[in-house]
Design a protein. Sequence first.
Length: 247
Amino acid sequence: MARLEQVEAQHGVRILYAAEGGSRCWGYNAPDSDYDVRFVYLQAAEWYEAGGQRDVIELPLADGLDISGWELRKALRLTLGGNAALLEWLASPQVYRQHPAACRLLRNLGQEHFVGDAAYWHYLSAARKNYRGRKREQQLRLKKYLYVLRPLLAAQWLLRWRSMPPLRLGELADQTLDDIRLRDELAGLLALKSAGDAPEYGPATPGLHDYIEREMRAYEAAARPNRHSDWARADALLEQVRLACGA
């Protein structure tokens, strides 16, 4: 992808991995949905020695491409603190760029250091953020509705199976929504969204609306544990990846 090469040249970084990371992976993209390209990159050695610098790269939306990336140390620290975004990127079916040795180490990270309890709260926090935005709207924006449901169901998956949830919302629903009426309501929304027939705004479906409200009330009432990221382990993993890449 030419835009990734431009990022490397402009910022002086090395992209280790890039993949699709949005609604096209989650199973509720419309035909005209943007492509959400997410990547992980290494900086030059002097950048790590200096410290305290910006550790994300974000490009303006252009030509249907939404491109952003994390510096590797940031990605590792967040992952070890329970943020599952990097692990989702690594599971993406659409990969644009990968360094084989680096990606092997990163995928081992997911298998060996997956923090299930912390990831559970990560997903619930994401659901709460999207839920609060939805509550301020006069009408329901269907896209945001799905953005609340997916992390909610991912959290339910973690409660049941203690493993990384699947990416696609339909698969999550099949395994976590026991009420067939809820699954049918969601399947109807997904079909509309995928066909490009869904209106941007519309009324909530009764069953899913009640489900979201109930789960959000339970989340707000729950005691959330203190979370911390193992920075020493993240820094050790960073050095392993840098060595594997000859950096």
